[in-house]
Design a binder for this molecule. Sequence first.
Ligand SMILES: Cc1ncc(COP(=O)(O)O)c(C=O)c1O
Length: 395
Amino acid sequence: MSRKDDRNMRTTLVHAGSRRSHYNEMSEAIFLTQGFAYDSAEQAEARFIEAGDDEFIYARYGNPTVRMFEERVAALEGTEDAFATASGMAAVNAALFSMLRAGDHVVSARALFGSCLYILEEVLGRYGVRVTFVDGADLGAWRAAIRPDTRAVFLETISNPTLEIIDIRAVAGIARAAGAVVIVDNVFATPVFQRSGDLGADVIIYSATKHIDGQGRCLGGVVCGSRDYIRKTFEPYIKHTGGALSPFNAWVMLKGMETLDLRCRAQAASALAIARGLQGHGKLARVIYPHLEDHPQYALARRQMEMGGTVLSLELKGGQAEAFRLLNALGIFRISNNLGDAKSIVTHPATTTHQRLTEAQRAALGITPGLVRVSVGLEDTDDLIADLLAGLAAV
Ligand SMILES: Cc1ncc(COP(=O)(O)O)c(C=O)c1O
């Protein structure tokens, strides 16, 4: 995929996509407007036939502040284009529904965020789309499942919450041979540590609610891909189905992007230090972090991701009771369910984000009653380690 902006990442994050009004403002303007007036009826007609790059019609179709955000993400991701959505799930939903038809076949990794699983497992089938689920780490399973009529493959590049890594280059190779589109939810890996497009993904999705905002304020999402895909497949669907990002939220995301690289690197460095600090702790059966040497896919994680991400998972030996005691004993970490936030967060997936699954489904995904997901924020690393050690002592 061609890189749209060959500046270094931090410069791209601060400047790409900026559009200034005649006031020459420094900070990006918020165009909080649903519509745009035309100078004449002829101009309105022409714009509805084909809007130019800096011409807008209605905020559900596009808006200058939203466009700045989309162009900044596309430049960061190295894709030709991007389209912003109201949330990460609006992005996942529209990426799938905009391209699939009854009779199509999809292959998906089984280890998915609960709402993604809901769309693939419960909703697509109602419209005649058949979905085969595979163990994402098993390349043989992808090979066996992808058929000549497979239209798309879907995967999370690091699974939530067991942090399993999928070899995107290998899966993309198998998918491409069958002519299937590779759709990747890159939320956990972040655009800072992994450019999935360079690894072979065709469509890359983010919940901007996570690291891109990074301060727990707004919902948002974005889909990145070729200009042809975004304009001919994604845009016609999303603009008529209403999942538009609000201009205010786009502005928050633009501001978030300015510090994205700094935040992700600081949070990932802390996450690794915490993972190392807790490894071998007597109350823990496992510490899961992609850049810990004992991660089952350590070599792949090092190859695919520059840093190990901002999330780790812990498995308490004493099951749910001990996991709850840990959560309740923490002082800095808050019990919540976002991730990528400046504030550190702990989540008990089995009773919250993955509650909807049956016990057997959770067991198959490794989501045990003792599993705790830890999203590492921007607080002092030593304070975070001390908080977790004190919490574990109270277990
Ligand atoms: C992997 C993954 N994909 C998608 C989403 C959905 O994002 P949003 O909450 O912005 O709709 C989440 C949210 O937790 C997620 O973790």
